[in-house]
Design a protein. Structure first.
Length: 175
């Protein structure tokens, strides 16, 4: 199960305890499709669980946060159905991650180009200077690691991807 990075703590605190626990118990997302996380999938199917705490009270989770949560749950199709209808750079980013995880690397690159620039790209390059110079190089590195079945490299890139997920989810949360 993935551990939240320190920068994500305040974002994680906005989730109801049941949803936060499901996120924390999820397996580290694969570079490809899976693994599935039934507990998180079940929660995401319940509107009462898909809420967040804001200074003005509880409110529904934004669609792009749900897109990211569906990716974490391992349901690429549900994530895709949301991200493909969101014309924002964050929507394109989730869309690119989804295609990367399904192994459609050229389509992923297309969606990363549509993002143009993102503070997530810059943060990842600072946090992981050896593993992440830009989304295209990372996309290529994932493709190579998966193709070569390099377990050490896959594990390393999964951790980068986990930070990517947290940074993008944080960016999609309302201020």
């Amino acid at each position: 199960m993935p551990k939240f990075d320190d920068f994500f703590a305040t974002t994680a605190d906005q989730f109801p305890p049941e949803l936060r626990a499901a996120i924390e118990s999820a397996p580290l997302p694969g570079l490809t499709d899976g693994p599935q996380h039934a507990d998180l999938e079940n929660l995401l199917g319940r509107p009462d669980a898909c809420r967040m705490t804001t200074p003005s009270g509880d409110s529904p989770l934004p669609p792009l946060v749900l897109s990211g949560l569906w990716l974490l749950a391992g349901d690429l199709d549900r994530s895709h159905s949301i991200s493909q209808n969101e014309p924002s750079s964050q929507g394109s980013f989730w869309h690119g991650i989804m295609h990367r995880r399904e192994g459609d690397y050229s389509n992923a690159a297309y969606w990363f180009r549509r993002v143009r620039s993102s503070p997530v790209f810059e943060s990842l390059a600072e946090i992981y200077p050896e593993q992440y110079s830009d989304p295209y190089e990372f996309n290529d590195a994932v493709a190579a690691a998966v193709r070569q079945r390099d377990e050490d490299r896959v594990s390393e890139l999964q951790h980068v991807q986990w930070t990517e997920w947290q940074l993008l989810l944080q960016e999609c949360m309302p201020a």
